[in-house]
Design a binder for this molecule. Structure first.
Ligand code: SF4
Ligand code: SF4
Length: 419
């Protein structure tokens, strides 16, 4: 049975925080708001007080705990390697235990847990796209025509697809006998919003002869529910996905979404022993491609004359796992790309799951910094490896009045491969 650790299980880690403040300068929420309650040591102190019964779940406590993107930037700077993001997530679960989930958290939990409902909502959004959304003139993306709960009317949204990715492809795609077999964990972002990235991934794997399984019955990894504190939803989704992982024979599980990668590695590994056997099999697609000689194959293609300037944004959920070189290696090997490194490529984009819903104004401030770095780089495209980041980056670029496009790296890869 998948089961999260409780907040009390984190007491030893909480005690490891020496309040040095080394993480302060690297916290995007603190950078935007300059408020001690936003920074890691403040949240850890609050979690400690809650465990000791010294605070109530009053409004200020709830606000401070909601002001964290779970980005893990503090962890990478922490001398004692305190996982603040896990402590905050455990505190949110504790809050949900004591007070119940927020309306939004309960809604997220219900939709994610019922994949058929999610499928219907996404397909409905895709089919009635013209009625529901308006195109933003001369910019990439859509905005809602009508007011809707929890979605700001000035937020750029990607189009939903009337035909999700997993309905577009076969469940089994045969490659070469001497090549490995991978299970593609698509995630919801690629399935419902960026199916072209999924198709591009299949094209890349076909190019090197990899065998692919795309299980139709896989479900959301559960990461959005982690952010909302909806523990039971995550536990039940993890069990469903574990049953899928056990159903097939394969060498690797590949992801093309940083959040899914983090969900099925970092989050699932904390849910019980039964998940342990799958952690070593999980590969981000660019790690997998680099390991299987794809970079050399791309580099052998003739360089194109009119290259496009592209920069890269590190999704927090890959950077935290040390995956920074491989996406860049693929971009730099693409014949149509002139790669430019932007300043602070590794800082959070400001999405943070439910964070950008509850704190859209702060999320926009964080995104504005990133949009500035993209513009300063001179790149025409910002490429990344996470559907959530693509959505947030495009929103930030549009708010800045700039013209760059946010894309998945896989889309650029597919452009140079044969059909
Ligand atoms: S996880 Fe990110 S937002 Fe939360 S405290 Fe750490 S650096 Fe700040
Ligand atoms: S979380 Fe780590 S870096 Fe931040 S104050 Fe605590 S010990 Fe220092």
């Amino acid at each position: 049975m998948a089961k999260f650790k409780t907040l009390a299980d984190f007491q030893d880690e909480i005690d490891q925080c020496v309040k040095c403040g080394g993480c302060r300068a690297h916290c995007p929420a603190f950078g935007a708001e300059k408020h001690e309650g936003r920074v890691a040591r403040g949240k850890i102190a609050l979690a400690d007080s809650l465990l000791k019964g010294e605070v109530d779940l009053e409004e200020k406590f709830l606000l401070d705990m909601s002001q964290c993107l779970l980005c893990g930037s503090c962890y990478s700077q922490c001398p004692n390697k305190v996982h603040t993001e896990d402590i905050v997530a455990a505190t949110r679960r504790e809050i949900a235990n004591r007070k119940g989930l927020s309306t939004f958290g309960a809604g997220v939990g219900t939709i994610l847990k019922h994949s058929k409902v999610m499928n219907l909502l996404a397909k409905g959004g895709g089919a009635f796209s013209k009625l529901l959304f308006k195109q933003i003139p001369e910019q990439s993306g859509l905005r809602l025509r009508f007011p809707a709960p929890f979605i700001s009317s000035d937020r750029t949204l990607p189009p939903l697809t009337a035909k999700p990715f997993r309905e577009r492809c076969a469940e089994t795609i045969t490659g070469n006998a001497d090549m490995p077999t991978v299970l593609f964990f698509t995630g919801c972002g690629i399935n419902f919003m960026y199916p072209e990235a999924g198709e591009a991934l299949l094209k890349a794997l076909k190019f090197i002869g990899v065998n692919v399984i795309v299980p139709k019955n896989q479900v959301c990894c559960g990461l959005p529910a982690v952010s909302a504190g909806a523990a039971k939803t995550v536990e039940s989704l993890a069990e469903e996905n574990l049953a899928v992982f056990q159903q097939y024979e394969y060498d690797y599980i590949v992801t093309a979404c940083a959040s899914c990668h983090s969900g099925i590695t970092q989050i699932y590994s904390g849910l019980g022993e039964e998940f342990a056997g799958y952690q070593d099999k999980v590969r981000d697609i660019f790690v997998f491609l680099v390991e299987h000689g794809f970079t050399e194959k791309l580099a052998a293609l003739p360089k194109m004359k009119n290259q496009v300037q592209v920069t890269y944004h590190d999704p927090c959920h890959l950077r935290n796992h040390g995956i920074t070189k491989e996406p860049r290696a693929i971009l730099q090997a693409l014949p149509q790309v002139e790669y430019i490194e932007m300043e602070d490529a590794g800082t959070c984009c400001g999405l943070g799951g439910t964070y950008s819903v509850y704190h859209y104004d702060t999320s926009k401030k964080i995104g504005a910094k990133k949009a500035g770095h993209i513009a300063d780089s001179g790149a025409k495209l910002v490429a990344t490896d996470c559907p959530g980041c693509i959505m947030q980056l495009q929103d930030s670029i549009n708010h800045a009045g700039e013209k760059q496009r946010a894309v998945h790296i896989l889309e650029l890869v597919a452009d140079v491969l044969p059909e």
